[in-house]
Design a protein around this ligand. Structure first.
Ligand code: NDP
Ligand code: GDR
Length: 358
């Protein structure tokens, strides 16, 4: 039986990494979860298939709605139907490099999409009922102005994605101040997991480690090895999102680990988990990583992965989240890399096994 008093949440971007962990978390807390997924020509629900409930089931607690951040009519209709207590706006074209290729679409989905939801709440007179969480990002800091970056650090985005998210950040603040909405930003630093999209650098690395150590891939091609990121685990970060919406007052919070590591060091650690020592030779763009004691080149820089403007260093200060939300990142970087490499090794072995059978 569903509980009539259960809180009702609406998640956009549920088919993504964070959406899947957040849906699990809210269901475990007894919420009735509604979520928006886009129509796709192939299945895009792999991360949430385990949560699926038959639509013929009358008391289901997890319901999917077709929708898109670029379609106001659809967002208004879904919000009207669901009447959510909480909305978590996670949907976005979230790839920074891709945003340079699709800047207008990124602005529409990530920037205007946020406005569409906030305005839908106003149109539907839900501005006093529904709490709103906006998935803001450390990409807002962009060019280094101060480190560690905290809530008071000035923004200087360095990509169409960052600029679109800047609009989303400020329109969330503006609706909070204009209409007294419980609307908050989580300024989240990079967070990863075995469910991370395959083209983000961490997952690209851990998948390559699995394929290279299995003898199915020769080399890993990467862009800027010197970029430094404050990497945490997505499972920890969705807990922070939820805590932000449980506060009496809406506010903006940095969620981060407080530790930064270069892409190069991430590569070294990931190969180490698989028992391979990487030795770095050369300088600058010619830099390559070799398997120690051999001539086997494992990593090579390919300038096609460079960005027109780069974010060199992200390091967050999560003090406010710790003090006000009681939130800290609990998974260490080494634990997370180990989980990701092990997961990709078994995924690779399973797909190889499947290929053998086909
Ligand atoms: P993903 O890229 O894994 O997921 C993005 C989700 O948004 C997917 O469900 C995707 O659908 C959906 N989506 C994209 N465009 C649209 C659209 N036009 N209409 C409806 N849905 C759409 O991102 P993450 O889970 O990693 O991140 C979640 C949010 O947090 C994003 O907004 C991201 O920008 C932000 N963020 C992420 C950080 C991170 O390190 N992961 C850090 C800080 C912020 P589909 O599956 O069909 O593509
Ligand atoms: P980021 O993540 O841009 O920080 O955005 P990504 O993993 O794409 O890049 C991190 C850093 O690695 C460098 N890099 C490469 N990146 C990719 N994707 N592929 C490569 O081959 C490669 N080689 C080096 C990048 O130049 C960059 O410096 C992520 C996204 O989840 C955003 O949505 C989110 O807002 C921010 O994190 C916080």
């Amino acid at each position: 039986m569903t509980n009539k008093d259960a809180k009702r949440a609406l998640i956009t971007g549920v088919t993504g990494q964070d959406g899947s962990y957040l849906a699990e978390l809210l269901l475990s807390k007894g919420y009735e979860v509604h979520a928006i997924k886009r129509r796709s020509s192939s299945f895009n629900s792999g991360r949430i298939d385990h949560l699926y409930e038959d639509p013929h089931e009358t008391h289901r607690r997890f319901t999917l709605h077709y929708g898109d951040m670029t379609d106001s009519t659809n967002l208004i209709r879904i919000i009207q139907e669901v009447q959510p207590d909480e909305i978590y706006n996670l949907a976005a074209q979230s790839h920074v490099h891709v945003s340079f290729e699709t800047p207008e679409y990124t602005a529409n989905a990530d920037g205007m999409g946020t406005l569409r939801i906030l305005e839908a709440l106003r149109i539907l007179h839900l501005e006093k009922k529904t709490r709103f969480y906006q998935a803001s990002t450390s990409e807002l800091y962009g060019k280094v102005v101060e480190t560690p970056q905290k809530e008071t650090t000035p923004f200087y985005p360095r990509s169409p994605y960052g600029v679109a998210k800047l609009y989303a950040f400020w329109i969330t603040v503006n609706y909070r101040e204009s209409y007294g909405m419980h609307a908050s930003n989580g300024i989240l630093f990079n967070h990863e997991s075995p469910r991370r999209g395959e083209t983000f650098v961490t997952r690209k690395i851990t998948r390559a480690v699995a394929a290279i150590t299995a003898g199915d891939q020769e080399r890993l091609y990467l862009g800027n090895l010197d970029a430094k990121r404050d990497w945490g685990h997505a499972r920890d970060y969705v807990e922070g999102m939820w805590r932000i919406l449980q506060q009496d007052e809406p506010d903006d919070y940095v969620l981060a680990t407080g530790r930064t590591v270069s892409v190069r060091d991430f590569v070294t650690t990931a190969f180490k988990v698989a028992g391979v020592e990487v030795e770095w030779k050369g300088e600058g763009v010619d830099e390559r990583g070799y398997e120690r004691g051999t001539n086997r080149c494992l990593v090579e820089v390919d300038p096609r992965y460079f960005r027109p403007t780069e974010v060199d260093l992200l390091l967050g200060d999560p003090t406010k989240a710790k003090e006000k939300l009681g939130w800290v990142a609990t998974t260490t970087l080494e634990e997370m890399i180990t989980e990701m490499v092990q997961s990709d090794i078994s995924e690779h072995a399973n797909s190889a096994h499947q290929r053998d059978k086909d």
